[in-house]
Design a binder for this molecule. Structure first.
Ligand SMILES: [Fe+2]
Ligand SMILES: [Fe+2]
Length: 328
């Protein structure tokens, strides 16, 4: 069994202090989807001729010449379905995460501050699922799907990981959270003229995810260095693989979307992730996790090669969410 030894964080006062301040953050700065979002505000109304649904250049498909050549009506329809689809896959992922966190908490002992923080995080994720579902319902495409069936099967890895390889579980959490967060932040930062409902949902999500992501980073930074050499080496290779697989699960539209809008296979291949610009997007998403892999001792020749073969190698960020440097 990989995780029978007590974690080296169990008695680490610095780690406990970080968890306490993250928990307080959850109390002092949290959102309720039915208090903090005025769903029925007139500006939140959804209209199928609103050009703000057109996908922006920040989106790998949105900037593709094929998409730009579609009629405005079609660009809007594609954009609405896609926006709802991103929320749906986010929702699927959050539900999986909540179940995994609950399973993890079963073995957290009395007095361990992980219990409180992780429960706060799970409660926030429950709110996110409601917020995403409400937005999907209001967008009104009821045929929207999230994760594909193969992706759902792949996620079965989560169950044994939670119990026997929690470092891999928290890696998978990061693999899901980082791409969504990166995409949402690039839209908010880029000053894209988003529909106000989408914008509000993204602002809330980004604000709360900052805590979740910093917890996952902290967990790995503190637990990975103490792992035995076999599991640490395994994780160093599984880490970029998990990032790459999760990126596809989260960011690549499902086949139902491709079929509905008759998107040529060539266009899909370009956008996800063959074109040079898409490859750059993909690399840039993982600047922070490359920094984490480096500081927690997960870079070795095999791991380095894996990062490179997967097309997600590159510079590390110097601080969280540092915008991609020119060298990237
Ligand atoms: Fe979330
Ligand atoms: Fe989260």
């Amino acid at each position: 069994m990989l995780s029978t030894a007590p974690k080296n964080t169990a008695t680490d006062p610095e780690y406990h202090e970080i968890l306490r301040s993250l928990s307080e953050g959850s109390v002092n700065r949290h959102f309720d989807p039915y208090v903090d979002i005025d769903w029925d505000a007139p500006e939140f109304a959804v209209h199928s001729d609103d050009p703000r649904w057109i996908m922006p250049d920040e989106d790998p498909l949105g900037r593709h010449p094929w998409y730009k050549a579609q009629s405005i009506d079609r660009q809007i329809a594609i954009g609405m379905w896609r926006q709802a689809g991103i929320a749906k896959v986010g929702l699927d992922f959050e539900q999986l995460l909540i179940r995994g966190l609950m399973q993890y908490l079963i073995s957290v002992p009395n007095g361990d501050p992980e219990f409180r923080y992780i429960t706060h995080e799970a409660a926030e994720e429950c709110n996110h699922t409601m917020m995403f579902q409400e937005m999907i319902n209001r967008i009104g495409y009821h045929d929207v799907v999230g994760m594909g069936t193969i992706d759902r099967k792949l996620t079965m890895i989560i169950w044994p990981a939670v119990k026997y390889f929690p470092e891999l579980f928290f890696t998978m959490i990061l693999g899901g959270e980082e791409p969504i967060d990166h995409l949402q932040k690039s839209l908010l930062r880029g000053g894209v003229d988003l529909h106000p409902m989408v914008q509000r949902v993204m602002q809330i999500h980004v604000a709360e995810e900052a805590r979740h992501i910093s917890f996952a980073h902290e967990y790995l930074r503190r637990n990975v260095p103490g792992m035995n050499v076999v599991t640490k080496t395994a994780l160093s290779v599984l880490f970029p693989i998990a990032m790459r697989i999760m990126l596809d699960m989260i960011m690549t539209p499902p086949k139902e979307f491709v079929a509905k809008f008759d998107i040529p296979a060539e266009v899909m291949r370009d956008a996800y992730w063959r074109s040079p610009q898409s490859q750059l997007t993909m690399r840039n998403i993982f600047g922070d996790v490359r920094a984490l892999a480096t500081t927690s001792g997960m870079i070795n020749p095999v791991a380095k090669l894996t990062w490179r073969l997967l097309g997600i190698d590159g510079p590390v960020t110097r601080y969280r969410s540092e915008p991609a440097r020119k060298a990237a």
